[in-house]
Design a binder for this molecule. Structure first.
Ligand code: GDP
Length: 295
């Protein structure tokens, strides 16, 4: 994951490690190389420009150039700016206590990994001591309800389903049942489409109004790069999202979506999907990813 950009930036930072004299020209050259690496990683152009300007501004000050270990200071500045791009600090889910039902709504395009993410999230919350239930409200993709039922069984989490095409009804009934059975978290899988579509948006807005979620998480495919960022923007404008689950991070060699999402949408990446299995979901730590990218 992120292999290409990691290889390039590791090379660049290596040139600076242990250097006790660097010039403004050295820094400009390195920042230019980083710029090329970011663009090659499919990072949004506005984000790249902002990164470059801020890095040059901080790195060409006298205190860096005249410091004892300017190479290390430069690398630290690049690292800090990278953490900023990725979203500063880890953003956890904001859920209520165990006495009421917290609702997590998952939305996104078909194939992004919503149904898989719903089960992964349920498995994770269960492991953390919560008591989750799943609701199968993707009534558009033919196999989605069955897929969620199978996954629910596998992880030992109840899946609420109904024979209907009315997602709002299923969501409302699922919430009623979750309250009755004293579950503390309801995770709702919703229907996507192959692309942004007004019917889909209307359905999600209606479900959102019916269940008033604590978290509305966009599930986006990291491999689609800038497209994932555009999709996040569009969903946020129509539905208002609280964060993103970036899936298929394991297969994303470039990293453009991860590096652009927060700056462009203002919304944090809360989790990354790192494989097809139910346990393949990790919290997103901007500092750890930045360290990995810089080698
Ligand atoms: P949905 O249409 O959004 O509900 O998408 P699915 O949950 O059915 O996922 C679509 C495909 O992506 C399936 O083949 C999943 O196994 C796969 N998938 C989902 N998340 C990940 C992930 O994090 N990594 C990888 N490699 N594959 C994933």
């Amino acid at each position: 994951m992120l292999d290409r950009i990691t290889d390039k930036l590791t090379d660049i930072t290596r040139q600076f490690t242990g250097k006790n004299r660097i010039t403004e020209k050295n820094i400009e050259d390195a920042v230019n190389e980083i710029k090329v690496a970011l663009l090659d990683a499919d990072v949004n152009l506005r984000v790249v420009r902002r990164f470059v300007n801020r890095t040059i501004k901080d790195a060409t000050g006298e205190d860096v150039l005249r410091s004892v270990d300017p190479g290390q200071m430069f690398i630290k500045i690049v690292y800090d700016k990278m953490v900023d791009l990725l979203g500063d600090s880890r953003q956890d889910l904001e859920l209520k206590g165990p006495d009421t039902v917290s609702v997590i709504l998952l939305l996104g395009l078909q194939g992004a990994g919503k149904t898989t993410a719903a089960a992964k999230l349920a498995a994770r919350l269960k492991k953390e001591g919560r008591n989750p239930m799943l609701a199968a409200c993707d009534l558009v993709r033919p196999a989605a309800v069955e897929q969620l039922s199978v996954l629910g069984e596998q992880i030992g989490v109840e899946v609420y389903r109904e024979e209907t095409k009315n997602a709002v009804k299923v969501a409302k009934n699922a919430l009623k049942l979750a309250k009755k059975k004293q579950y503390d978290t309801l995770i709702i899988d919703t229907a996507g489409r192959l692309q942004i579509d007004q019917d889909m948006m209307k359905e999600i807005v209606d479900v959102r109004e019916a269940v008033n979620p604590d978290e509305a998480l966009l599930v986006a495919d990291a491999m689609t790069g800038q497209n994932a960022v555009e999709i996040a923007k569009a969903f946020d404008e129509e539905v208002t999202i609280s964060g993103v689950i970036l899936t298929k991070f394991d297969s994303d060699a470039r990293g453009g979506a991860a590096l652009s999402l927060k700056s462009i949408t203002g919304k944090p990446i809360k989790f990354i999907g790192v494989g097809e299995k139910v346990e393949d979901l990790e919290p997103f730590y901007p500092d750890r990813i930045a360290s990995r990218i810089l080698g």
